[in-house]
Design a protein around this ligand. Structure first.
Ligand code: TXA
Ligand code: MG
Length: 355
């Protein structure tokens, strides 16, 4: 199969609508299309066609017991997939969608699809990305989509990275430029008893707690730690048991509560790789240069200190892929504070390093 990249960047509404028609027809006929969202690129299929959905699992090499998120374009549409709707769901969804937020709740009995992998719950989200919204609108129903990587690889955050994994496997990749966030959506599950943060993302635990409070909802958000997520088995979050996000190179975390400690950490590492690559802040980079502890063959991707956590999150997955292309054997990535968006960054980094 020849893979065509459709350029959908910088178009007005009319142009975009025309530009997407071919890919939407392909979705309609049961094929799989790679498309951009504000989090990462998705590998989409019409949610209620079993042949179409099974193609996603096949292309990704994804185990059949790992459910998919369905993408819809309105709260009214979202409600149709669930067996109930209450003040908690309402407050969260009204506050965080469209946006990088996925809600998992008990599914409506009439919702029958491979996407749930046999669970009685379903995950739904309303992407904020204009291209994703237009695709859903033209299709007229939900788009089932996991991240567009081959299973185990970092999620693609631009069309080139998606092409690397999907060339020859899908007919269309829609190029919408860099994904704004760069990390997958926040996933929360709600069973009318416990509210759990299953995957941290750009909607932070702190954001969720604030919204609960503002809506006078007296409920504790249970934040599963990286360790808990890792060991989790069915039925809570089956996806969490699969390894994620790993580049080919070995990932190491540069630990330390301060730049000085991080520098010390690097100094004490005697057995660096054959080809080292660094994913670090401007500040650590400039300090590292002073130490003469750099090899000419070392690779660097540097994120700004100004928007530290946003930039690090935005570039993490694409940095992994760039370093792989450059043949890095070892990636040294800077630890950041494990709160707010930093919790999502550290979650992905920890998983990538744990191999
Ligand atoms: O940002 C995102 O969420 C991206 C874009 C494309 O929307 N999608 C994404 O999908 O990251 P995926 O499949 O790569 O990750 C979804 C995770 C998986 O770990 C899956 O196991 C979990 O969500 N999940 C989906 N439905 C679930 C359910 N009903 N119960 C528990 N976990 C579920
Ligand atoms: Mg994924």
């Amino acid at each position: 199969m020849k893979t065509k990249i459709i350029d959908a960047k910088n178009l007005n509404n009319t142009e975009l609508s025309i530009q997407l028609k071919e890919a939407v027809s392909s979705l309609m006929s049961g094929d799989v299309v790679c498309f951009p969202t504000e989090t990462v690129y998705g590998l989409g299929a019409i949610w209620n066609n079993p042949d179409a959905v099974s193609k996603i699992f096949k292309i990704k090499g994804r185990p059949q017991d790992n459910p998919l998120i369905v993408h819809v374009d309105s709260i009214e549409e979202m409600k149709k997939y669930f067996s109930f709707w209450d003040d908690v769901a309402d407050a969260l969804v009204k506050s965080f969608t469209p946006g990088p937020f996925t809600l998992i709740m008990e599914k409506n009995k009439e919702v029958v699809s491979l996407v749930t992998a046999g669970l009685n719950t379903i995950g739904i989200r309303i992407p904020a990305n204009k291209i994703a919204q237009e695709i859903i609108k033209q299709l007229g129903t939900g788009v089932a989509a996991p991240s567009a990587n081959i299973s185990g690889r970092p999620s693609p955050t631009n069309a080139i990275d998606a092409y690397d994994d999907l060339n020859g496997k899908v007919e269309y990749i829609i190029d919408g430029g860099d994904s704004m966030v760069g990390l997958e959506s926040t996933i929360v599950s709600w069973d009318q008893n416990e509210l759990k943060l299953l995957r941290p993302g750009a909607i932070t635990a702190e954001d969720i707690e604030r919204v609960l409070k503002e809506n006078s909802i007296d409920l504790e958000l249970i934040i599963l730690s990286n360790e808990t997520l890792e060991g989790e088995v069915k039925p809570l979050a089956p996806g969490m048991k699969y390894r994620h996000y790993a580049p080919k190179a070995k990932v190491h975390i540069i630990r330390g509560e301060s730049i000085e400690k991080k520098l010390k950490f690097l100094e004490t590492v005697s057995n660096k790789g054959d080809k080292d690559a660094y994913f670090i802040s401007e500040e650590l980079y400039s300090k590292l240069q002073e130490t003469n502890n750099i090899n000419p063959s070392d690779e660097f991707i540097i994120f700004s200190n100004e928007n530290l956590v946003e930039d690090a999150s935005h570039y993490l997955f694409s940095a992994f892929r760039d370093f792989d292309r450059k043949g890095a054997t070892d990636i040294w990535a800077e630890e950041l504070e494990d709160s707010e968006l930093g919790r999502a960054y550290m979650n992905r980094l920890t998983k990538a390093a744990d191999n």
